[in-house]
Ligand binder design. Structure first.
Ligand code: SAM
Length: 232
């Protein structure tokens, strides 16, 4: 068996055992997760662990998200194909690649320039060179490319940043882990004429969203979701 065949088998198992067997039901999300070569988004020494049910270290104290959390965020955004999506916290670029399988236009922003540069290279190598990778404070969004049908935030925030809510189209959805630095709950905030409508999803634990409308200071944590022992 070639390494590619081995990774493809691991990817199919990941979809069946970590996603479908839990509660991911959106077939487009499941198909996207089965297409993106996650091994290209982890450091070379960690490739054999790429399909584990966990977040993995990618350097600079940051992580590639657990596959389940990537799928869960994508599913909560209820994407159909022609949307423009902003992905805040590029990290490895993996979530951006999954989003690029789901929609036509993906913009992503990362505060650490080295990670953004590596993600840009990984995305190009995996065939997702059309993803627009920016460097900056993602709590402020990327106003010049908005408004967005959906915004995914893969870092924990004390609350949904106003700037991100303002860059949603009417009816647009923002998925974001909200809580303190230790534990959060994934929330979906829908922009409506009556104001934000909030739906609550699974408990989770992400690295902090640092910036003007996020947490002050620095910190890192390798755990993210059900693998950390939270109820599920
Ligand atoms: N979803 C990513 C993936 O699949 O690789 C992983 C995201 S990682 C859990 C969170 C990322 O958010 C880190 O790379 C971190 O540097 C970034 N981040 C934290 N605060 C940010 C901010 N204000 N703007 C942009 N990126 C930020």
């Amino acid at each position: 068996m070639s390494p590619e065949e081995g990774f493809a088998g691991a990817r199919r198992s990941m979809v069946e055992l970590q996603l479908r067997a839990r509660d991911i039901v959106d077939e487009r999300v499941l198909a996207a997760m089965e297409r993106v070569p996650r091994e290209l988004f982890v450091p070379e020494r960690a490739r054999d662990h790429a399909y584990e049910d966990a977040a993995l270290a990618i350097g600079s104290g940051q992580t590639i998200s657990q596959p389940y959390m990537v799928a869960r965020i994508c599913e909560l955004l209820a994407l159909t194909g022609r949307e423009r999506v902003l992905d805040v916290g590029t990290g490895s670029g993996y979530q951006s690649a999954v989003l690029a399988e789901l929609v036509s236009d993906v913009v992503t922003i990362e505060r650490i320039p080295e990670l953004a540069e590596r993600a840009r290279r990984s995305l190009a190598a995996a065939g997702y060179g059309r993803v627009d990778v920016r460097v900056g404070d993602g709590t402020l969004g990327v106003r010049e490319r908005g408004p967005y049908d959906a915004i995914a935030v893969a870092a924990a925030a004390p609350g949904a940043p106003d700037s991100l809510y303002e860059q949603l189209k009417r009816g647009g959805r923002l998925a974001i882990p909200v809580g303190d630095r230790q534990s959060q709950r994934l929330e979906v905030i829908v922009r409506s004429p009556e104001g934000p409508a909030v739906l609550r999803s699974v408990p989770c634990r992400f690295v902090p969203l640092l910036g003007e409308e996020g947490f002050p200071g620095a910190g890192a944590d390798l755990s993210e979701g059900p693998e950390a022992g939270e109820a599920f």
